[in-house]
Design a protein around this ligand. Structure first.
Ligand code: SF4
Length: 490
């Protein structure tokens, strides 16, 4: 029987709790079951006056609104509040009735400024603790990785800044107005002006960077993350300027992670950009097995390779391929190693002189970075070939650590910063990590339509396959797909 519904007939009263209108398997209902924010009021008490001023927005409601937005990848406040106007689940999750006026979007900005990044770090920390209590954190094997976040600044802001700098330094460029719109990386004058000119004037905390060859330089930030091997719980996040090398913050991350979980890390995986001698040495001192492939050594054809200079740690000297001793002269500029220098008289009559160093220099200078012996050990271990267990750990690093960043960017809006400044990006990063941890925690609650399982679900460990095994499997798949089919019997 065909029916017609009267669209403009509105109910005067809604006589049902808001909760009943939201599906039981909705992510916000499942997160609500595991989210405990009873500590929040005490944690933010110092940010509010207790006896003066207008009544504030309930801190828990404000935080719940932000979290609901991040679950859906809505990181801009205006978009979030527009969505909350119409989304029942958002209203219910934040504790607003259907007819209740929602706060203005600018209130969320003021709350973030008032709380500061420390309180958002605390929120993230609480999610780690909750995951740990639920048995989702192992803590002994962790994966470390970094990713770039595009700053909320246009390339135009970078170009203007660049042109101003170049014009101050070189007034001749005033006539070349046709080149002013070019990005700094493609402009010769930009290179002459130095790295300091390549900055955004609208987001001065960001730095020009790119994640791979061929990608355009753009203002970016860098997020450094540590995730647990068991269920991919994020244990630590830190945001820095994009030009900070990830290897320089690794030890800081390790100490913070161990303090946060109270568990000693035994195995740490990271990619080759973390392969600093100091990192290997410090990790060994902390009894952590580093699964970090060393970077390949640079070789220049026709030049004596650095590997032929032998460091003698006992006597703190370097022996060159010509058999001469290079004496220690002082700390390097970055204070991460020592400089060793040959005597000009030794080099003057050496047969290797032309291929050893530049004809303009008077002596050979070589730098031995801190943790050099640990780096050599790591190189030897890698050259001999990693064992199956180490390869399996590194194989898991790929999909765990890199998967975390992919998920944060594609599902939770971390591909581009929503606001400007290091503190704001740190807050965005903490909220994203908190939401991803809560998502994993919510998965532990039983789905209403699914019968309870007697056996707890255990994730099958992915192990590294030998390349030959993978090739044989591929060949057999192709063979099976191309197998001629038998004609059906009539
Ligand atoms: S040029 Fe100097 S540093 Fe180089 S191999 Fe000869 S003696 Fe050694």
């Amino acid at each position: 029987m065909q029916t017609r519904r009267e669209r403009h007939q509105e109910d005067l009263f809604v006589a049902t709790p808001l909760r009943t209108l939201i599906p039981e398997d909705h992510i916000l209902r499942r997160v609500d079951a595991v989210l405990d924010l009873s500590w929040l009021h005490d944690a933010v008490r110092a940010c509010y006056s207790q006896d003066m001023g207008r009544a504030s927005i309930d801190p828990e409601s404000a935080l719940r609104l932000m979290l609901a937005g991040f679950f859906e990848g809505i990181v801009e406040d205006r978009r979030l509040m527009r969505r909350a106007q119409t989304d029942l689940a958002f209203r219910w999750f934040a504790g607003y009735r259907l007819d209740e006026k929602l706060p203005d979007h600018s209130s969320l900005t003021r709350i973030r400024q008032r709380w500061g990044s420390e309180r958002f770090e605390m929120i993230f920390q609480k999610t780690v603790e909750a995951c740990q209590k639920a048995g989702l954190v192992d803590g002994t094997t962790v994966h470390v990785d970094a990713t770039l976040i595009r700053a909320n600044a246009s390339m135009g802001s970078v170009t203007k800044h660049h042109v101003e700098q170049v014009q101050t330094q070189n007034p001749m460029t005033e006539e070349r107005s046709d080149e002013e719109e070019k990005p700094p990386s493609s402009s010769k004058s930009g290179k002459r002006a130095g790295a300091s000119v390549s900055r955004s004037s609208t987001d001065p905390d960001s730095r020009m960077a790119r994640s791979r060859k061929g990608q355009t330089f753009a203002p970016r930030y860098k997020q450094h993350a540590v995730c647990d091997d068991k269920k991919g719980i994020i244990l630590d996040v830190q945001v820095t300027r994009a030009n900070i090398n990830e290897g320089r913050v690794l030890l800081e991350q390790v100490r913070r992670t161990q303090a946060r979980t109270g568990i000693s890390i035994t195995t740490l995986t990271a990619d080759a950009s973390y392969s600093h001698g100091q990192n290997y040495a410090e990790l060994e001192a902390l009894s952590i097995t580093p699964v970090i492939p060393p970077q390949p050594q640079r070789r220049y054809p026709g030049h004596v390779p650095t590997s032929r200079f032998r460091y003698d740690p006992r006597h703190r000297v370097v022996r060159c391929p010509g058999g001469k001793i290079l004496q220690r002269k002082g700390r390097c500029a970055e204070n991460a190693g020592w400089s060793f220098s040959a005597r000009p008289s030794d080099c003057a009559g050496c047969a290797l002189r032309t291929s050893c160093f530049s004809p303009k220099a008077s002596r050979k200078v070589i730098r031995i970075m801190d943790g050099h012996e640990a780096l050599l050990r790591a190189r030897r271990h890698h050259t001999r070939g990693w064992d199956t267990e180490t390869r399996a750990h590194y194989s898991r690093h790929r999909w765990r650590a890199e998967g975390i960043h992919g998920e944060a960017k594609t599902q939770h809006g971390l591909a581009r910063a929503a606001r400007r400044g290091l503190t704001n990006i740190a807050i965005q990063s903490y909220l994203t990590a908190a939401v991803m941890n809560l998502k994993r925690l919510a998965k532990t609650t039983r789905h209403p339509d699914r019968p309870p399982t007697t056996q707890p679900h255990t994730e099958q460990p992915r192990t590294a396959q030998h390349p030959l095994t993978r090739l044989l499997a591929k060949i057999s798949r192709i063979h099976l797909n191309n197998r001629p089919t038998l004609p059906c019997a009539a």
